[in-house]
Design a protein around this ligand. Sequence first.
Ligand SMILES: C[S@@+](CC[C@H](N)C(=O)[O-])C[C@H]1O[C@@H](n2cnc3c(N)ncnc32)[C@H](O)[C@@H]1O
Length: 229
Amino acid sequence: MKKDSKLLWTEVDEYFTGLLAPGDAELNAAVKTNRQARLPEIDVSPLQGKFLHVLVRITQAKRVLEIGTLGGYSTICMARALPKGGRIVTLEFEPRHAEIARANLRRAKMLARVDIRIGPALQTLPVLHSSGEGPFDFIFIDADKENNPQYLEWAVKLSRPGTVILVDNVARHGAVIESKSTEPDIVGTRRMMKQMAKNPRLSATALQTVGVKGLDGFAIAVVENASER
Ligand SMILES: C[S@@+](CC[C@H](N)C(=O)[O-])C[C@H]1O[C@@H](n2cnc3c(N)ncnc32)[C@H](O)[C@@H]1O
């Protein structure tokens, strides 16, 4: 990749961000808190957060499931898009991340709409399912990529026809095409993509993105009845 192309993406991203997702006191404060707490800088970018917000609005989702909370930046973006009575369940492995997310959500006045479940998602997802908390209208998968195949399976189980499932970071700076990779994130992403393609209940596509976070992408699927495909 030519260096000047990357610079160009970044400048275009900053231009769009300045117009469409300039941030506000609560989102800026969440970023500041996350950086001060030295959370990994792996939250969605401002434009991606706005993309999530717009998707939740478009789908008119009332019940949202997020796998991977971190400091709650994406959670705030989605929570703000919910209609009255809407709820987000967000799953986070690290108690410290959850605590910081809770503080950020409280400051953004979104905590009442959000239920943070702490623990490995492969343990909290079956509990959600067995306690009948689905179906969800919109599901955002953004945790450890090696478990993406299982997360997609649980997402489908927690869905209804029409549910939208969005998976972040599927291009992985282009490394997703490395078929011989043994890197767990790549193996997990490739398996998940294959499942998405093969599952008769899913109609899916993927889009590469460029911007302040380099080359990456989203996969997005809508859940259908098998007979509708
Ligand atoms: C990419 S970050 C989430 C970013 C967040 N969605 C945002 O954009 O603001 C991934 C998060 O998933 C959490 N995580 C990693 N493995 C997990 C697991 N097995 N179960 C639940 N959460 C996990 C990490 O601790 C981290 O906070």
